[in-house]
Design a protein around this ligand. Structure first.
Ligand SMILES: [Zn+2]
Ligand SMILES: [Zn+2]
Length: 648
C-alpha cells in the first residue's frame, strides 16, 4: 500500500469509526465530535450527563470499536472553574482532605488531589459521577503522597504547564497509531543490547509497517562515563541496526532502572518525537533517576549524554498505562503491562502483533518469588509464542538461600557490629532494594524480639525521594503494605529512620548507627563517601544486599579487595586500606534466582514455543537456555547482541 492509498484508507476508516460511535450514542447526549488522543478515542458531547448516568452505553461502544473511550463535555458546556471548584468542595466529603483542585481545559479535565482518594471516588464511583454530572468536568483523582515528593509535584506541574503541547502530541500519536497499513507478513527481533550481558538493555521489534523498541538503557559499568572506546560498549547498538530514530513508532519501558531506560533521553536529543510507554510510577521514577544521573556525571567532571532539557522532553512524550490495560501502540501491535514484581511499577510486556500473528512476553527484570514489597511476577497471559526472559541469576549455582534465614543473618551481622561499637554501611539501589531493606529493618528494629534496638538508621542519597514515590502508589504494592500506607502507618515513615542531613563526617563521628546509602554497586554515589570514612576501622561492617556488576567496586570488594584507590574530598586519588568487614547477604534481590527463573518459565501459561534468554552474564544466559530447552522441550536460545531473529 503506498502512502497516498494509506492516507485515503485511513480517512475512510476514521470516518466510519466515528460514524459508528455517533450512531451508537443516545441522541439526547448530542454528539459533537470524536477524535484520537494517543491510543484512546475522545468523544465530545453537548449533554454528557446522559452518558455519565448509564455506564453501559460507553462500555458497549468501547467493546464494539475495541478502543478505550473518554467522554467529555465540550468546552462550551463546562462549568466555570471557580464555580466548579465550589461545587466539587461541596460534593466531596471533608474527610477526603482535598489538597488541590486544578483544571486542564484542553482536556476538559479537573485534577483533584486528596489524602483519601477513595472518598473522592465514592462507592462504585458515585462521587465522581456527581462531579461530572454537576460540573461537566471529567474528574481525575490523585493521591497526595504522605511523604512529600518533589519529583511527583514536578512531573504533575510540568503536565499542567505543557497542556497545549500534550494535546497536540497526543493527537499526532493517535493519527500514527490509527494509520491504516497493509497486513504485515513478517516480524523480526534484533538484540541491540543486554544480550549475554547485564546493561544497556534494548530490543528492536520490526514488521514491514512498525518499528518499536522495548527498553533502551545504558550499561551500569563505570565505563559508561569513561572514554569513547569504552562508551561504545555502554550504549545499545542503535547505529549498527541501520535504524533511523525517526522511523520508530514507539518506545516501551519495562521499568525505571538505568540499564532499561537510561538511553532514552538521548533518542529525544537526536530527534525522536514519538511516544514512550510506561506505567505511572515508572514515569515518576525515571524523572528522579535521570535527573540524578545528569547531575552525577556533571559533578564527576564527565559530559553527560544529554541534559535535563532532554529528560523533560522524554517526560512530555510519555503515555502511561496501568497493569492489564490493553493498548494499541501501532495499528497492528497491542501492548499490555503485567506485574513483574521487580521494582515499583515494573512490568512484563505482553505484545500481541497482527491479528493473532505472534505474541511476545518480555519479562524485563522480574521477581517470581517472595518480597516484602510486591506480589510475585504474573504468569498468566492470553497467548505466548516467544518469551524473552531475564537471566541475571540464571547460572546453576545462583540459588538464593532461604529468605527468612537471610533476614536473620542480616540482623545478626548488624547486631554484632553495633555491639562491638562499629557502624554498618548498606549500599543499595535507591529504587527497589532500598525500600525492601527499609521494610526489613523496620520490621526487626521497631518490633519486639531479639533485634529490637534503639539505633539510628540514616538514609542518604535518593532513597527518601524514592520511598516517597512508593507511598504515592500504594495500589502497586503488596496488600499488607498497601493497607499500612492507606491507614497512615507507612513503614517508610517509621521513626527509626533519620534523614542524613548536614556533614556526613559529623554523622559518622556519633555513636553506632546503620547507614543505608544509595549507590548500590559503589560505582559512585553516597555509599562511596561513607565507605571512605568507614573502611579503615575493623569494627565496621559493609553489607551487600544486591547485585554488583562484574567490574564494579562493589564486586571487587566482595571478591576480597583489601586496598582501593579513591578520590578524596578534594578529588585527589588516595589509597585506602579496607579493614572493615565485608559481608554479602543474599536473598533480598528483586531478581529471580535460578529456581525462580525455571519456575517462572515452567509455570507460564500458555506454554511458550520459543524462549530467548537475556540480561545475564554470557554463561548464565547460555546455561539457563540449555536447561529450559531440556526441561520444557522447547527451542530455547541465548541470542547475542546484534542477532536478528525472524519470529514470524
Ligand atoms: Zn531492574
Ligand atoms: Zn536490569
Amino acid at each position: 500500500m503506498d502512502e497516498k492509498e494509506s492516507k485515503e484508507k485511513t480517512k475512510e476508516q476514521m470516518g466510519q469509526l466515528f460514524d459508528k460511535i455517533k450512531s451508537m450514542m443516545p441522541s439526547e447526549a448530542e454528539f459533537i465530535k470524536a477524535e484520537f488522543e494517543g491510543p484512546d478515542i475522545v468523544i465530545y458531547l453537548k449533554n454528557a450527563k446522559a452518558v455519565y448516568q448509564d455506564d453501559m452505553i460507553v462500555r458497549s461502544i468501547a467493546s464494539a470499536v475495541k478502543k478505550k473511550l473518554i467522554i467529555r463535555s465540550d468546552e462550551a458546556h463546562l462549568m466555570e472553574p471557580e464555580k466548579a471548584k465550589e461545587a466539587i468542595s461541596a460534593i466531596v466529603p471533608k474527610e477526603a482532605v482535598i489538597a488541590s483542585i486544578r483544571f486542564m481545559p484542553k482536556f476538559s479535565e479537573v485534577y483533584i488531589e486528596a489524602m483519601k482518594p477513595g472518598l473522592v471516588i465514592g462507592k462504585g464511583g458515585s462521587t465522581l459521577k456527581s462531579i461530572s454530572v454537576q460540573t461537566g468536568w471529567c474528574p481525575k483523582v490523585l493521591r497526595t503522597p504522605t511523604m512529600s515528593s518533589e519529583t511527583i509535584s514536578g512531573v504533575r506541574q510540568l503536565m499542567f504547564n505543557e497542556e497545549d503541547f500534550r494535546k497536540k502530541f497526543l493527537a499526532n500519536v493517535g493519527r500514527d497509531i490509527n494509520r491504516v497499513i497493509a497486513k504485515s507478513d513478517w516480524l523480526k527481533a534484533t538484540a541491540l543490547g543486554g544480550y549475554r550481558e547485564v546493561g544497556r538493555s534494548s530490543l528492536l521489534l520490526e514488521t514491514p509497517n512498525s518499528k518499536i523498541l522495548i527498553d533502551c538503557g545504558i550499561s551500569p559499568e563505570p565505563s559508561a562515563r569513561g572514554s569513547d572506546a569504552e562508551a561504545s560498549r555502554a550504549f545499545p547498538y542503535l547505529d549498527s541496526a541501520n535504524l533511523s530514530i525517526n522511523d520508530l513508532n514507539a518506545v516501551v519501558i519495562t521499568h525505571s532502572h538505568m540499564d532499561h531506560m537510561g538511553f532514552i533521553p538521548y533518542l529525544f536529543k537526536y530527534g525522536y518525537d514519538g511516544p514512550v510507554y510506561c506505567t505511572p510510577p515508572t514515569r515518576d521514577l525515571f524523572a528522579l533517576l535521570l535527573k540524578d544521573y545528569t547531575k552525577l556525571v556533571q559533578r564527576s567532571g564527565g559530559t553527560p549524554l544529554y541534559d535535563e532539557k532532554d529528560v523533560r522532553k522524554m517526560l512530555l512524550h510519555t503515555i502511561t498505562r496501568e497493569y492489564n490495560e490493553v493498548t494499541n501502540i501501532t495499528d497492528e501491535m497491542k501492548l499490555t503491562y503485567h506485574n513483574a514484581g521487580h521494582i515499583l511499577g515494573s512490568g512484563t510486556v505482553h505484545l500481541h502483533v497482527g491479528e493473532g500473528m505472534h505474541n511476545i512476553v518480555h519479562t524485563g527484570d522480574m521477581k517470581y518469588g517472595f518480597t516484602r514489597l510486591f506480589d510475585s511476577a504474573n504468569i498468566r497471559y492470553p497467548r505466548v509464542d516467544s518469551l524473552f526472559m531475564e537471566s541475571t541469576y540464571g547460572g546453576q549455582n545462583d540459588i538464593t538461600p532461604n529468605r527468612h534465614e537471610q533476614e536473620r543473618m542480616l540482623m545478626e551481622t548488624i547486631k554484632r557490629t553495633l555491639q562491638g561499637g562499629g557502624k554498618v554501611l548498606i549500599p543499595v539501589f535507591a529504587v527497589g532494594r532500598a525500600q525492601e531493606i527499609q521494610l526489613v529493618l523496620e520490621s526487626y528494629l521497631a518490633n519486639e524480639g531479639p533485634y529490637k534496638m534503639d539505633v539510628p538508621v540514616y538514609l542518604d542519597g535518593m532513597i527518601l525521594e524514592a520511598s516517597a514515590i512508593h507511598t504515592a502508589y500504594p495500589e502497586y504494592l503488596k496488600e499488607s503494605l498497601r493497607n499500612r500506607i492507606l491507614n497512615n502507618r507507612s513503614p517508610f515513615e517509621s521513626e527509626i529512620f533519620e534523614i542524613a542531613k548536614g556533614e556526613r563526617s559529623e554523622l559518622m563521628e556519633k555513636g553506632p548507627s546503620i547507614v543505608v546509602a544509595s549507590g548500590g554497586m559503589m560505582n559512585g554515589g553516597a555509599s562511596v563517601e561513607y565507605f571512605r570514612m568507614l573502611a579503615e576501622d575493623p569494627k565496621n561492617t559493609l553489607i551487600f544486599v544486591g547485585f554488583n556488576s562484574a567490574n564494579s567496586l562493589g564486586r571487587r570488594l566482595q571478591n576480597g579487595l583489601r586496598e582501593v584507590v579513591l578520590p578524596d574530598q578534594d578529588g585527589k586519588l588516595t589509597p585506602l586500606k579496607v579493614n572493615m568487614n565485608v559481608v554479602t547477604v543474599e536473598g533480598f534481590s528483586g531478581h529471580s534466582d535460578r529456581r525462580q527463573l525455571v519456575g517462572f518459565a515452567e509455570n507460564l501459561r500458555p506454554k511458550p514455543k520459543t524462549i530467548f534468554t537475556m540480561h545475564g552474564e554470557e554463561q548464565k544466559c547460555e546455561d539457563l537456555a540449555r536447561t529450559l530447552g531440556r526441561l520444557m522441550h522447547v527451542d530455547a536460545r541465548a541470542p547475542m547482541n546484534l542477532d536478528t531473529i525472524r519470529l514470524k
